[in-house]
Design a protein around this ligand. Sequence first.
Ligand code: FE
Length: 144
Amino acid sequence: MSEQTQKDSVADAKLDKSEDEWRAELAPEEYHVLREKGTERAFTGKYWDLKDDGMYLCAACGEPLFSSETKYDSGSGWPSFYQPADSDSVNELADHSHGMVRTEVVCKKCESHLGHVFPDGPKETGLRYCINSASLDFKKADQE
Ligand code: FE
């Protein structure tokens, strides 16, 4: 493997931090949602009602996850998007917790919990990515 190929594969590799490292880096509410699959209360997060143009990044690892172009008002009280920024940015996993069958959405790069995806979204895709504000960091378009 060439040195450059090796560097590229390291850059693409999944982040593998211990829970102690995550706990030290993240605010308590972020840690609870991202690493313990918590859910913030509806209408309490910092982004559910934000309409600015920009990109929502993973609050744990900084990976771009959702564009404001796909954000819409679902009435749920959580930031809602009809698709991820890139087909490669999130993973979707079966979640049978709390006596429900849901599809969990996690960051592909660091495997942190983001929220769930439901099949009741707008006409563009029919999907609603229901994401915790605590899992996101908003980067305004003119700051890029
Ligand atoms: Fe991440």
